[in-house]
Design a protein around this ligand. Structure first.
Ligand SMILES: CCCCCCCCCCCCCC(=O)SCCNC(=O)CCNC(=O)[C@H](O)C(C)(C)COP(=O)(O)OP(=O)(O)OC[C@H]1O[C@@H](n2cnc3c(N)ncnc32)[C@H](O)[C@@H]1OP(=O)(O)O
Ligand SMILES: CCCCCCCC/C=C\CCCCCCCC(=O)OC[C@@H](O)COP(=O)(O)O
Length: 315
């Protein structure tokens, strides 16, 4: 290499450039987290995206970690305990305060079907707050293809249906009813989102009938659960996700003993009405807050089989 005036050689010049690049890279590495932090503080959209990314990453990470342990047991509803435990901390990360009302209504000795409104994937956080032991959700088949998440769901006994293949879905539901009847001794409960898809906001879609056929076929009670609207702290449309309070209201159970398939439309409608009323009351009051008096009035007026009181637990 040719000598430069001042004694700089080509290689030392290249070395200097490398040093400069390294310095810039180091600054970049230091500045990037700072910039991200600043953006997180200033932009609610960025905050929403980060929180949702964390939600999905957490689920994938937990599924990947836990599936091998669950696999030791094989496909079993007992694995739901692992899945539940892994999702329980999420509410703390997000600063979501959960209030559960009427949880004693879930302490039934026999099997039953839970029906719950479905606003967003965030419902998982509410679901794990109240889901009883030996209870499996019915989920869309697409979840089965989400790698380790699908594997974890399958190992936990989650029931998959193809929503667009009605006959196949009805077949799965009938077999589930059979299992519920057979496993009467060791009680199996099923959790269904009867809207059949996510529906953000303060209203509910008309219910699909599968959950109600299931309960009638198995001759087991239906326990409706209403999760208060997330609007105060979460909106996927507005890309907003802050901390907040969520109320989960367990409604009185509805008996199905003696009912036949022809009673299903009326049964579906009456449960929808009871849940819509509870949801409307929650929407009107702050954070889905409701006083006990209102609830008891609701029970007297509304549901066919009012049971239990309205104990509240705040977690
Ligand atoms: C760490 C790892 C963590 C992992 C976390 C993951 C956790 C996962 C959590 C999981 C969360 C996942 C959350 C999710 O994935 S939510 C999505 C999945 N859930 C659902 O789809 C809800 C259940 N679906 C239904 O109930 C639908 O009814 C089906 C799919 C069955 C049909 O839908 P469709 O739109 O076609 O119908 P329709 O309801 O208007 O009914 C039409 C006709 O069919 C009759 N009919 C219906 N059913 C039955 C029956 N069983 N026996 C006899 N007849 C039946 C009915 O009476 C009616 O006839 P008629 O009365 O008009 O004459
Ligand atoms: C090899 C493949 C690798 C795949 C990588 C997996 C990435 C998966 C990321 C996150 C998994 C999160 C799963 C959350 C499940 C939430 C359940 C849920 O809310 O399902 C929606 C369903 O009720 C209704 O769906 P639609 O509203 O009809 O739509």
């Amino acid at each position: 290499f040719q000598e430069f005036p001042g004694g700089w050689s080509g290689s030392s010049l290249r070395g200097g450039t490398m040093d400069l690049l390294l310095l810039l890279l180091l600054h970049g590495l230091l500045l990037l987290p700072l910039a991200a932090l600043l953006l997180y503080r200033c932009s609610s959209t960025f905050q929403y995206l980060c929180k949702m990314a964390f939600f999905n990453c957490w689920i994938v990470a937990m599924a990947t970690l836990l599936s091998p342990f669950a696999a030791f047991r094989g496909r079993s509803v007992e694995n739901m305990k692992l899945l539940r435990a892994s999702l329980l901390p999420l509410k703390r990360f997000y600063g979501i305060r959960m209030r559960v009302r009427g949880s004693e209504r879930l302490q039934l000795p026999g099997p039953f079907v839970i029906v719950c409104n479905h606003q967003a994937s965030l419902d998982l956080i509410g679901m794990v707050e109240v889901i009883p032991d030996r209870c499996v959700p019915i989920a869309k088949r697409e979840l089965l293809y989400l790698g380790t998440v699908g594997w974890a769901c399958w190992l936990s006994g989650i029931i998959f249906i193809e929503r667009h293949r009605r006959d196949a879905a009805i077949g799965v539901i009938s077999r589930t009813a059979g299992t519920m009847r057979r496993e009467n001794v060791s009680r199996l409960c099923v959790w269904v989102f009867p809207e059949g898809t996510r529906n953000p906001g303060r209203s509910m879609l008309p219910f699909k009938r599968g959950a109600f056929h299931l309960a009638v076929q198995a001759q087991v009670p239906i326990v409706p659960i209403v999760i208060s609207p997330y609007c105060d702290f979460f909106s996927s449309k507005e890309k907003r996700f802050t901390s907040g309070t969520c109320t989960i209201q367990v409604l009185p159970r509805v008996e199905t003993r003696g009912l036949s398939p022809k009673d299903v439309p009326k049964l579906t409608e009456s449960v929808w009405q009871a849940m819509a009323k509870a949801l409307a009351e929650m929407s009107m009051s702050d954070h889905g807050d409701q006083d006990t008096e209102q609830l008891q009035l609701g029970e007297d007026r509304g549901s066919p089989q009012g049971q239990g009181d309205t104990a509240e637990s705040s977690k």
